[in-house]
Design a protein around this ligand. Structure first.
Ligand code: UD1
Ligand code: CA
Length: 457
């Protein structure tokens, strides 16, 4: 890369985002499971730019904390405009020959588009290359001004534009490549002589033209990707575009999505082929689904791994592992730390927390197991409750291989039910049950002959 010089990305993310009416900084609003600015960072990285500087200001600490230490941060204390923001990054971007500038609020930009922008910029040795788009409705964006020969001569913000200029449909996407040698001196020449009294980065274009430096415009072929998020309606619109892209990618890779409009999958999720996803399903965070599963309807899986061929219906599962060939739901709640080994069945109105269910075991209905280890081939009857909390501490329960827990039993932890043991229905088990034994811990039945009839009269 010696002949082209190193490139760095600077992401402008210091603005407050007033139109969001939010306590959170705008760039920390999420779509498809990632912060807006994370989508921008990912696109730059996938376009081959690993060095990324983020200009922060409004909510600086919150942004820095949310994104973590993998980036260089520079602080813009007062938000005096995009040109002023970029100038703060000069020291941090010091060694780079090419500076790619992105706004933290344009999450739909595709890496291929950024790579093309960079390539054109370098191939044609431009001083400034602007990414533009032609929109049916350019309202709100800066307009691209061209001369009689079609050369770009400047960018004018809507609020500063004449009625004639406002009819221009080619807009500034807020994404640019700059030759560093020209950029930094030009930023010092900016003047806040506009409607907002701000230092506009866009004025660098006119400065470069005035010095007859090569200024280019590269137009995207997909205007949708330039959508900037300034309010919650645009947030939802950007989310919908991203969702459509993610779902399309999965469908083209062999996943059946019955109703893509009603299926919400984060950018970070992986799904294997021939999996079928029913509507109302949310796959979130670091969820990985193997091949041949059936998910939904009405299912949320967050940070879960699911093995091949499992079926999960009307379920909420968080930070859980579900093996291959399992059946989960309807109406199951798997809380963090749940592990279902292969071919287990967990049915309706079952809640599991920090619990492992061994291969082939069944928890078919109406059960709570917390901090429990269940062996293989176990059957847990309806209405089984582990009493794992004494008001101060959580205690473990162990149910060994082949045990059978009768319906409506309480297992008061800490307690162990040995291999092959049988717990009689309705028992409250407070002591360990040795392997192979039958435990009965309930009141004996008394039948008072004839009394039933009398009592009802
Ligand atoms: C900007 C462009 C406009 C373009 C549009 C594309 C300028 C003057 N205008 O307008 O031509 O069509 O983007 O979406 O550049 N920011 C800072 N510090 C500041 C001001 C802004 O970091 O002092 C950041 C914001 O956090 C945001 C980005 O810069 O991520 C753009 O700022 P915003 O106020 O949204 O600019 P627009 O009015 O959308
Ligand atoms: Ca904007």
């Amino acid at each position: 890369m010696a002949e082209t010089g190193e490139a760095i990305a600077v992401i402008l993310a210091a603005g407050q985002g007033k139109r969001m009416h939010s306590r959170r900084p705008k760039v920390l609003h999420r779509i498809a499971g990632r912060y807006l600015v994370e989508h921008v960072l990912a696109a730059a990285r996938e376009a081959g730019i690993d060095k990324q500087v983020i200009v922060i200001g409004h909510g600086a600490e919150e942004v820095r904390e949310a994104l973590g230490p993998g980036y260089t941060y520079v602080l813009q204390e007062q938000q005096l405009g995009t040109g002023h923001a970029l100038a703060r990054a000069r020291k941090a971007a010091n060694t780079a020959a090419t500076v790619l500038v992105l706004c933290g609020d344009t999450p739909l930009l595709r890496p291929e588009t950024l790579a093309r922008l960079l390539k054109e910029h370098r191939d044609r040795q431009a001083a400034v290359t602007v990414l533009t788009a032609v929109l049916d409705d350019p309202t709100g964006y800066g307009r691209i001004i061209r001369d009689g020969q079609g050369r770009v001569t400047g960018i004018v913000e809507e609020r500063d534009a004449s009625p004639m200029e406002r009819t221009i449909r080619e807009i500034n996407t807020g994404t640019y490549c700059f030759a560093a040698a020209y950029l930094w001196p030009f930023l010092e020449q900016l003047k806040p002589d506009n409607d907002q009294a701000e230092y506009y980065l866009t004025d660098v274009v006119a400065l470069a033209c005035r010095e007859s430096l090569p200024v280019l415009a590269v137009a995207t072929d997909d205007p949708e990707e330039t959508l900037g998020v300034n309010d919650r309606a645009q947030l939802a619109a950007a989310g919908a575009v991203l969702q459509r892209r993610i779902n399309n990618r999965l469908m083209l890779a062999g996943v059946t999505i019955i109703d893509p409009i009603a299926t919400y999958i984060d950018a970070t999720v992986q799904v294997g082929q021939d999996t079928i996803i029913y509507p109302g399903t949310f796959l979130e965070g670091h969820t990985i689904i193997a091949a041949g599963c059936t998910l939904g309807p009405g299912t949320t899986l967050r940070d879960c791994q699911v093995g091949e061929g499992s079926q999960i219906i009307h379920t909420v599962a968080l930070e859980s592992q579900i093996g291959a060939g399992c059946q989960v739901g309807p109406f199951t709640y798997l809380r963090p730390g749940t592990i279902l080994e292969d071919r287990t069945k967990v049915g309706d109105f079952v809640e599991l927390k920090a619990t492992r269910i061994g291969t082939g075991s069944k928890v078919p209905h109406l059960t709570y197991l917390g901090d429990t280890t269940v062996g293989t081939g176990v059957n847990i009857g309806a209405g089984t409750i582990t009493c794992n909390y004494d008001g101060q501490k959580k205690w473990p329960t162990v149910i060994e291989d082949g045990a059978f827990i009768g319906s409506n039993s309480n297992l008061v932890a800490p307690v162990r039910v040995g291999a092959g043991a049988l717990v009689g229905a309705g028992s409250t088990i407070t002591e360990d049950v040795p392997a192979g034994s039958l435990a009965l811990a309930r009141g004996r039945q008394v039948n008072l002959v004839g009394r039933g009839q009398k009592k009802r009269c």
